[in-house]
Each structure stands twice: as structure tokens, then as C-alpha cells.
Design a binder for this molecule. Sequence first.
Ligand code: SF4
Ligand code: SF4
Length: 180
Amino acid sequence: MTKFTAWIKTIIFYEILVGMKATLSHLLRYKPITLQYPHEKRTLPDSYRGMLALLRYDDGTEKCVGCDLCEAACPSRVIKVFSAEVPGEPTKRFAKEYYMDMTRCLFCGLCVDACPVDALGMTREFEWAVYDKRQLRLNKEQLLAIGDRSYPVREKRLEFQHPNVAFFNVAFKNLPEKEA
Ligand code: SF4
Ligand code: SF4
């Protein structure tokens, strides 16, 4: 490049013009992708992992059997389960108290995978900004309420999904009569 060409490029701000050309070409070619949240919302993918919820069967009973496996699986110690016997049914347990400290949650889904009865679900709720983070320590009733609004279609109880469960479950109320 001659000295004269370099001098011309300097006085017309050549590099800036090259940059502006790229900017203008993008401006004309592409539509804006910024959404005006919260007035506009992005369509979430089916596999979206949002707020956790406790689920019920179609007759309203809680699915959770208080086994603590979700608590053991959680790498962030989000979950605390206090289980107890179902009154009058000593072989059955339920979660008497269930807490999740969502300030610690990674939304990894390991607790959902660990649950043997599919009592946990990940919802599409994400608008959980609060002023006081203590509001993100959720109890069983709050988690069930999230499940109720996010999963309006519920599964049948396990013994009705799989008849052999009803037969072999020693705690099932309507056990067939023992043959003489
Ligand atoms: S999603 Fe992950 S971090 Fe959150 S409660 Fe479940 S296991 Fe723990
Ligand atoms: S949510 Fe599932 S894994 Fe956790 S205590 Fe209840 S039944 Fe067990």
C-alpha cells in the first residue's frame, strides 16, 4: 500500500466504514431476535426443566411414598423429606413433611430420575423471582399446588396401571382371598 493510499484511508476512517458496512448489512438482512419480555414470551421446548413439583394420582392421593431417594440423589442438598407410616397401614409410608430449598437447585433433574413412583415432575414455570429468598423454601403443600396446576391430567394409581402390583402388594386393601 502506498503512503498516499494509507493517508486516504486514514482521513476517510476506512476501517470504521468497513465495520459499518457489516453492521448495516446485518440490520437489513436479519429480523430482531430480542423479545419484549414480559409482554412477549419465548416458546419453551418440551424438554424444558423448570420449577419442580410434587404430583398426585387421578384420585387426588399423593404419589410420594417418602422413600428419601430424591434427597439422596440431589447433589445440592435441596430436598429434605420427613417420612412417616400411613396410619393403619404399617407397611406403607408417606412424606409427612417435604421441603425444597429452590435457591440451591441446579435443575439437573436427578431427583426426578431417582423417584421410583414418578412423584416428582419438572414444570415449565420459571417466573419465580422474589425479593426475599426465604420464599423459595417450598413446603409439601406448595409443591403439590405447583404440580396440580402444571399437570392437570394425572395418572391412575400404580395398582390400577399394573394389576400384578395389586396382587403382590401386601399392603393393598383388597387382596384376593387365600385359597384353602
Ligand atoms: S433438580 Fe437437581 S439440584 Fe434440583 S432438587 Fe433435583 S437433584 Fe437437586
Ligand atoms: S419424591 Fe419420590 S424419591 Fe422423593 S421421597 Fe417421594 S417417592 Fe421418594
